[in-house]
Design a protein around this ligand. Structure first.
Ligand SMILES: CC(C)(COP(=O)(O)OP(=O)(O)OC[C@H]1O[C@@H](n2cnc3c(N)ncnc32)[C@H](O)[C@@H]1OP(=O)(O)O)[C@@H](O)C(=O)NCCC(=O)NCCS
Length: 195
């Protein structure tokens, strides 16, 4: 399989490259604000954790998995590395995949980059697998991620009320999912919708 190369209007999702290492180290810095909404209840990584994560992500490999577990999210306009899309098994035994998205660079928040990255990633995963569904998990303290799910047509499938109590706050855990046929309908060319 050739390298993965997914272009939208704003973002370009591609395989990691060695040149990403230094910008990625900077973006994964434990002091950056993205840690505040990205599973903050798991605690911030140490600098050593962040560094080993960066090295692992950009390590050259001749044997990348299909579909890719992780892709770099870059600004299509200037090539800058801004985030990552990923997926992991919620349950490999039952073919249940869960999506991950982080726009690490806070200067890009609210600009539609996350929405387009998740749209491209979801289409890619449905096209490279026979998955029946895809979903992501977040919490009620992350309105940006919830807005992305709603905007793309994901359905709120689970809300575990008051499941996240930490640091003096209480939040719901939420899961948004989409079925393959819903995604195909939502993203079909306009003329073929609502048949
Ligand atoms: C959450 C995140 C992925 C959103 O990506 P983004 O590029 O900022 O989102 P977009 O610009 O595509 O915006 C999508 C929607 O979210 C809304 N939104 C974005 N950030 C928001 C915020 N902090 N509060 C409220 N709404 C917000 C936008 O207004 C937009 O809503 P709309 O569709 O109604 O106009 C990004 O901010 C991020 O990575 N944050 C840090 C890490 C994180 O939380 N990752 C997700 C873990 S589950």
């Amino acid at each position: 399989m050739d390298g993965v190369d997914l272009k939208g209007h704003k973002v370009w999702l591609r395989d990691w490259r060695p040149v990403d290492l230094e910008p990625l180290r900077d973006l994964l810095d434990p002091a950056r604000p993205w840690h505040e909404t990205n599973g903050p209840y798991f605690g911030r990584p140490t600098a050593a954790d962040a560094d080993s994560k960066a090295l692992k992500l950009v390590a050259p490999s001749t044997d990348l998995p299909d579909p890719r577990t992780s892709l770099a999210v870059t600004d299509l306009n200037n090539g800058r590395l801004i985030g990552q899309v990923s997926w992991y098994w919620e349950s490999a035994q039952t073919d249940w995949r869960r999506l991950g998205l982080v726009i690490y660079d806070e200067r890009y928040w609210g600009g539609g980059f996350g929405t387009e990255a998740l749209r491209l990633r979801t289409t890619y995963l449905f096209s490279r697998t026979d998955a029946l569904r895809l979903d992501f998990a977040t919490f009620s303290g992350n309105p940006g991620m919830i807005a992305i799910g709603r905007r793309l047509g994901f359905v709120e499938e689970a809300r575990f009320r008051r499941a996240r109590r930490w640091a003096g706050g209480v939040h719901d855990a939420v899961v948004y999912g989409v079925l393959r046929e819903e995604w195909e309908q939502l993203n079909a060319p306009r003329a073929s919708r609502h048949r």
